[in-house]
Design a protein around this ligand. Structure first.
Ligand code: NDP
Length: 286
């Protein structure tokens, strides 16, 4: 049995609470890095069409020898693939690159409100779910106003909202709003891309337990009930970030980390982000 707790999503699908992110993992290295993650014990991989490494993730899944149902794989519809028909085609390509019959979780990567296509994109995700080619559907970088619109204009409540969460950018309001609608918050850039590992609060707690700052921060996410997907291409760190089930933070330690909030966003702001996520930086025009 895995030590990793599962979170039961609003449609009954179970997701391992700790996963492995592959943003900025070079395509040529993705297979080997994901194989290392499997060897360390991860069974949940978070990729995206925009990362251009779905093929490597798929090769690692296919070559792992693990039963398919023991692996949970998330991918995301890139911004340039939004729109009903385009999303259906993009999901087919993702399935083929990932070499899976069904994607466990498919997300809309960004709302891109300026293009106003996320509602029709969501309707395509609803169809993919009905067709059984995805097991759960969700969103990423959605603010409450974008979620409100989906809830008002479509049928299915997103299972997940994957947003930037780490000690210096906790987005407690977006997470709480998501939870209030039955949408599980999932923390991306959970270590603040490495920048949230040096505060006195985190390093002193790490010393207390003989753990690393990254392990303390991952523990903080887990004890907050958040799905968390740290990324590393460094073998020792891949293993270290999974080795977080032999200690428990106290309420006071969690409060001390909560006190690090500093509105320190490392990624784009979801209200404004409007990039296509294509290799050549252009939007398609068919
Ligand atoms: P993370 O917060 O996971 O930080 C990754 C950085 O921290 C890397 O530079 C890594 O270095 C370093 N690091 C990892 N582990 C340790 C450790 N134990 N000690 C010290 N440094 C460490 O950032 P990401 O932005 O990669 O986020 C994680 C995942 O979230 C992504 O891979 C992706 O799957 C997802 N994501 C989703 C987004 C979205 O829009 N939906 C946006 C951004 C991320 P190194 O690799 O060199 O070891």
């Amino acid at each position: 049995m895995s030590q990793v707790p599962v979170i039961t999503l609003n449609n009954g699908v179970e997701i391992p609470q700790l996963g492995f992110g592959v943003f900025q993992v070079p395509p040529a290295e993705a297979q080997q890095i994901v194989e290392q993650a499997f060897a360390a014990g991860y069974r949940h991989i978070d990729t995206a069409t925009a990362y251009q490494n779905e093929a490597g993730v798929g090769a690692a899944i296919a070559g792992s020898g693990l039963p398919r149902e023991e692996i949970f794989v998330t991918t995301k519809v890139r911004n340039a693939d939004q729109g009903y028909d385009r999303t259906l085609r993009a999901a087919e390509l993702s399935r083929s690159l990932l070499q899976v019959d069904a994607i466990d979780l498919l997300l809309i990567h960004w709302p891109v409100p300026s293009r106003d296509t996320y509602v029709e994109t969501w309707k395509a995700l609803e169809k993919l779910l009905a067709d059984g080619v995805v097991r759960a559907i969700g969103v990423s970088n959605f603010l409450p106003e974008h979620l409100e619109r989906l809830l008002a204009e479509t049928e299915i409540v997103p299972a997940v909202n994957q947003i930037e969460i780490h000690p210096t950018l906790q987005q407690a309001d977006v997470a709480a709003f998501s939870r209030s609608k039955g949408i599980a918050p999932e923390a991306y850039s959970p270590l603040g891309r490495g920048a949230d590992l040096t505060s006195d609060a985190v390093t002193s707690i790490a010393q207390t337990y003989g753990k690393s700052p990254a392990q303390v921060v991952i523990r903080w996410h887990l004890q907050n009930g958040t799905i968390v997907i740290p990324k590393s291409v460094t073998p020792e760190r891949i293993a270290e970030n999974f080795n977080v089930f032999d200690f428990t933070l106290t309420d006071d330690e969690i409060a001390a980390i909560n006190g690090l909030e500093a509105n320190n966003r490392t990624g784009a702001h979801p209200a404004e982000a409007a990039f296509p996520q294509t290799p050549d930086g252009t939007w398609p025009n068919d």
